[in-house]
Design a binder for this molecule. Sequence first.
Ligand SMILES: Nc1ncnc2c1ncn2[C@@H]1O[C@H](COP(=O)(O)OP(=O)(O)OP(=O)(O)O)[C@@H](O)[C@H]1O
Ligand SMILES: [Mg+2]
Length: 285
Amino acid sequence: MYSAETLESRSEMTNIDTEDTTTATPRDRHSETPPSKVEVRDLRLWYGDTQALFDVNMDIQERQVTALIGPSGCGKSSFLRCLNRMNDLVPGVHIEGRVELDGEDIYDPSVDVVQLRSHVGMVFQKPNPFPKSIYENIAYAPRLHGLVNGRSEMDDLVEMSIRRAGLWNEVADRLHTPGTALSGGQQQRLCIARAIAVSPEVILMDEPASALDPLATATIEELIDELKDNYTIVIVTHNLQQAARVAGYTAFFHLGRVVEFNDTDTLFTNPREQKTEDYITGRYG
Ligand SMILES: Nc1ncnc2c1ncn2[C@@H]1O[C@H](COP(=O)(O)OP(=O)(O)OP(=O)(O)O)[C@@H](O)[C@H]1O
Ligand SMILES: [Mg+2]
């Protein structure tokens, strides 16, 4: 039931002419809209014997913000971690289905997971700077990946990343002091700068502002709005106003399934499913 509805909502989202969905490939059908950056097909996930995701389908649009909402335990983080294979690190996990980044299956055995994670970066709920200087927090991964030649290129990359994360004015004179000495909101922007430093195409954010005060949250939201011009962003949030403010598209998860996925305005103002309406009007969750 849900997968049929999900398909229906996907076809609405991407302006698919429902009459020719059986014949055209997704790419053909997107001829007037850009292709999806990430395509998820029939994704299922188990932790041991317990299934946590059921037949999830989603087309994630390039240079857009997609929000994942739903009650605690519904599978939002599990889904997000599938998009850069972070679940590979969880013992006993089993995943079926497909996740394609630019049409390439990220679960193909030939995929270099370290490379994949440089294309699909992640920002966590709790800011987790390395116990190193601000500069080294940014420089570490580009050095590991051999992305820069020499000190001055690295200086430029560090500055550009911190600027893009909206943190430069606050830290320019203290780049060699510990990242952990920054405020929570600054640490989170440092983590975003660190994610940006390896030039990812997709940035996954799992409740990136939930540990922050309202002012720091507003700063992160403004930043997300700017970043979407260059990056595809998928954000998990419990804050429905935040989803409404930052995301062009929103998926509502419930019990491991996508109940509804649509453009954010439609999902919040005219949800198709009773469950979605119950959740967004605060009747449960
Ligand atoms: N590492 C794990 N091992 C076993 N079960 C897990 C693991 N991570 C998550 N689960 C289970 O999978 C289900 C989905 O969890 P998940 O963390 O994806 O939910 P969520 O929507 O992100 O919740 P929250 O809003 O509380 O963060 C839950 O039942 C959870 O207990
Ligand atoms: Mg979670």
